[in-house]
Structure formats: structure tokens, C-alpha cells
Ligand binder design. Structure first.
Ligand code: B1M
Length: 211
């Protein structure tokens, strides 16, 4: 359907205002919210994710596309709730204790939402206990931790330890990322996955919930 393709193409270009207009128009045309989400918004975000992985687009393009995605999703939210579209899973995400960098974390959040996850954003400077208590109380399947400083990476091990102490380590996957991180570090601290970029993080998270 060409209007869905128009939504997708305008999302890729980051044209939030046009995306909102087209989403409203599609709803008026009688197209279902789920179809608009999947074949318009998510389809566009997937293209952006792939291009980002291949370095064909950069952070600014991803941010404007993600903004268009969230504006379009806002329009759809009441319809999606009414039609009972379930998120594919629940994640809590934050930048670890002592660390205030949030651009990468926000990108990961947007990519996760683009995949269909419900995301609880804990913000920056998040204590290990907050990650774990949120996952426990909110029933998150995945905890995502971001760190940009070599001095704050160690707080990720505390998140893992805290999940063990709280008795939820076998119920929750812990994903880590951020510029100073490596796969070796992830293994060393006993986390479940390191991913180098936001799009891969969303792909791996989806695989953790069987999608
Ligand atoms: Co700061 N900073 N900064 N900084 N900062 C760095 C990180 C630094 C490398 C700069 C440098 O010295 N060359 C350096 C760290 C050195 C080190 O630790 N070895 C540094 C420093 C030292 C500091 C301060 C200590 C400076 C000072 O005050 N003396 C201070 C620390 C404050 C604190 O956190 N307590 C500080 C402050 C700041 C600003 C506030 C000014 C600002 C942050 C603004 C904000 O985030 N709202 C800032 C910025 C912007 C940077 C640089 C320039 C850019 C970081 C960034 O946003 N990159 C950075 C230098 C650089 O990288 N060139 C630097 C873009 C972002 C998209 O990339 O976050 O890596 P990134 O995310 C990627 C992947 O890593 C991955 O996905 C994203 C893209 O796909 N990813 C994940 C990220 N998180 C993930 C989580 C996952 C999976 C993937 O979970 C599953």
C-alpha cells in the first residue's frame, strides 16, 4: 500500500510532521494501527538500523528518524492499546552509576522501541540496585546497561552481582554496551551479551525473547 511506503520513506528521512500527517491519514483510510506500525514505522526504522550498522547513516540521521518514529507511534498508541497489540518484551535501560553520557543509550532505547519492545528508561547515573529492582518489579526480561567511561564500566559487574543476589539472574538477560566495552569484558563480568551498536543491540534483545 503506497501510503505505508510513504510513511516508511518519510520516517527514513526523519520528516516527523509528514509522518504524523500520513499516519493520521492512514487511520482515516481505515488501515489498522498494527499494519501502520509494522509496515510503515517499524519498516522504516529497520532500514535506518541496517544503514546505521553499515555506516551509511550516522547518529544525527538516526536521532531524527527515531523522533519521527516516536511522533508516529504517539498517534497510534491509543489504537494499538484498543486493538491489543502486545509489546514483544520489556526492557529496562540506563547509563550506569557515575556516568552521565546518554546519547548512545537513547539510541539503543529508540532501536528497542523500533523493534516493538516496551522500554523503561532509567536515565543516567543509575545504581545497580535500581536496574535490578526495576527488572524484578516490572517483569523485564532484559536489563540494558550503557557506559562511556572506563571508570564506570566496573558498575556493570555490580549490576550482574546484584541480579544474582536478588535471585533473578536466571530470569533476566543482562546486555552491555558503550564505546569502551568489549566482548571480553562482557564475558569477564558474566553479562549475557555485548553489542557494539544500537541496531545490533535491538536485534540481540529480540532474539533473547524469541523474535
Ligand atoms: Co564525555 N567522555 N565526559 N561527555 N564524551 C568521552 C566518552 C571521552 C572518550 C572523551 C575523550 O576524552 N576523548 C572521555 C572518556 C575517556 C575514558 O573514559 N577513557 C570522556 C570524559 C573523560 C568525560 C568527562 C569525565 C569529562 C570531564 O568532565 N572531565 C565527563 C564525565 C561526566 C560523567 O559522565 N560523569 C564527560 C562529559 C561529557 C558531556 C556531558 C560533555 C557529553 C555527554 C552528553 C550526553 O551524553 N548527554 C560528553 C560527550 C558528548 C562525549 C563524547 C564526545 C561523545 C560520546 C557520544 O555520545 N558518542 C565522547 C568522545 C567520543 O566518543 N568521541 C566522550 C556518540 C554515541 C552514539 O556513541 O555512546 O558509544 P556511544 O553509543 C554507541 C555504542 O557504544 C552503542 O550504541 C551506540 C551507537 O550505536 N552503545 C550500546 C552505547 N550504549 C549501549 C548500550 C547497550 C548496547 C550498545 O546496551 C545493551
Amino acid at each position: 500500500m503506497s501510503i505505508l511506503n510513504d510513511i516508511k520513506e518519510n520516517l527514513i528521512k526523519g520528516k516527523a510532521k509528514i509522518v504524523v500527517e500520513l499516519v493520521n491519514q492512514a487511520l482515516n483510510d481505515g488501515i489498522g494501527a498494527k499494519q501502520i506500525l509494522e509496515e510503515g514505522l517499524l519498516a522504516g526504522m529497520n532500514v535506518i538500523g541496517e544503514k546505521f550498522q553499515k555506516n551509511e547513516v550516522y547518529v544525527p540521521e538516526v536521532l531524527v528518524a527515531a523522533r519521527a518514529m516516536s511522533k508516529g507511534t504517539e498517534v497510534l498508541k491509543p489504537y494499538l492499546a484498543a486493538s491489543g497489540v502486545e509489546p514483544i518484551g520489556k526492557v529496562c535501560i540506563g547509563t550506569v552509576r557515575g556516568d552521565l553520557h546518554d546519547i548512545g543509550k537513547n539510541l539503543v532505547k529508540m532501536m528497542l522501541e523500533g523493534k516493538g519492545f516496551e522500554v523503561i528508561d532509567l536515565g543516567t547515573d543509575v545504581a545497580p540496585e535500581t536496574f535490578v529492582e526495576t527488572a524484578k518489579n516490572e517483569g523485564c526480561q532484559i536489563i540494558c546497561c550503557s557506559a562511556l567511561l572506563t571508570t564506570t564500566m566496573g558498575a556493570m559487574k555490580e549490576v550482574v552481582d546484584c541480579a544474582v543476589a536478588a535471585g533473578i539472574r536466571d530470569k533476566v538477560k543482562i546486555m552491555v554496551g558503550g564505546a569502551p566495552l568489549t566482548d571480553a569484558f562482557c564475558k569477564q563480568i558474566g553479562a549475557d551479551a555485548y553489542t557494539p551498536d544500537a541496531a545490533t543491540a535491538a536485534d540481540v534483545a529480540a532474539s533473547f525473547v524469541g523474535k
